[in-house]
Write a protein that binds this ligand. Sequence first.
Ligand code: HEM
Length: 284
Amino acid sequence: MNSTKQRTEQDRAVRAAENGGLPTLGFDSVTPYDEYVGTAALHRLQRTATDAPEELAFLVTTQVMELYFGLLRTEWRLAQRQLDEDDAGAALATIRRTVRHFEALNAAWASLGWLTPAQFNRFRDALGEASGFQSAYYRHVEFLLGLKSETLIRPHRRNPAAYEELVEALSRPSLYDSVLAFLARSGYAVPREVTERDYAAEYRPSPEVEAVWVEVCRGPLEPLAEALVDLAEKFSDWRYRHLMAVRRSMGAKPGSGGSNGLAWLERSMRRDVFPELWSARTLM
Ligand code: HEM
């Protein structure tokens, strides 16, 4: 333990003794907890559009998911930097952590699993054209998973900050691209046209990359492959739970974002994440 840490531990021990074992009960202004978490600002954000009692759960669940999209985005960018530095151990730890974040994110669907069409109808009109389809952070998450699409960033054109971030994310390597580049540097036969591709273009699966995964899964980097499969699976779970929430609360009606709803979501779900990691399993 370094000396500052030791002093802080000693301070805590002295305070606990002075408090007779109880938590500290007196503060000069807002509590350090409120200051750190920003609770006042956080709780001001739940501005519902109607008086329908069901709407708050819808809004809070959406906000919680937005925060998780932001967390995943930050974590995967870190994993990319770790891969760029050929630090596979650190990248694996980061990716595994995000599998847990995804589990927590997916668990949040339980808060909406009860929503009936009648209850949703009480506040649905008040959402206007608002739709999760317009979430820039979700789109960024998809880009990092390798699902690139120029079309899907168009809703953000009039919001320069979000748009520029997405334009940049579109042309930068995805997490999958970073992993493939790392494998190439580690001696695996990832074709040059894959590592040097136009990152903004839709990813095209290749038999060579499939063969690379077969080989990777026989060696010491297998845990990295499996952690990525976990991620892809958790993302599928998110999409499936979303689809079920939609079917349950509004059936096949058109969405507030202007799409034909279920049919559009089903088509969107068919875009596979880390495709060769799945197809390679047939060859193992
Ligand atoms: C019962 C609740 C929900 C319903 C009925 C619903 C409905 C829909 C529909 C119909 C779409 C297709 C686009 C459109 O609006 O036309 C969509 C897309 C989307 N929704 Fe939801 N949604 C619900 C909850 C949520 C929540 C809690 C989130 C969390 C942020 C979310 C995020 C998204 C995202 C990210 C998309 C785009 C998906 C893609 O591009 O593949 N939705 N939603």
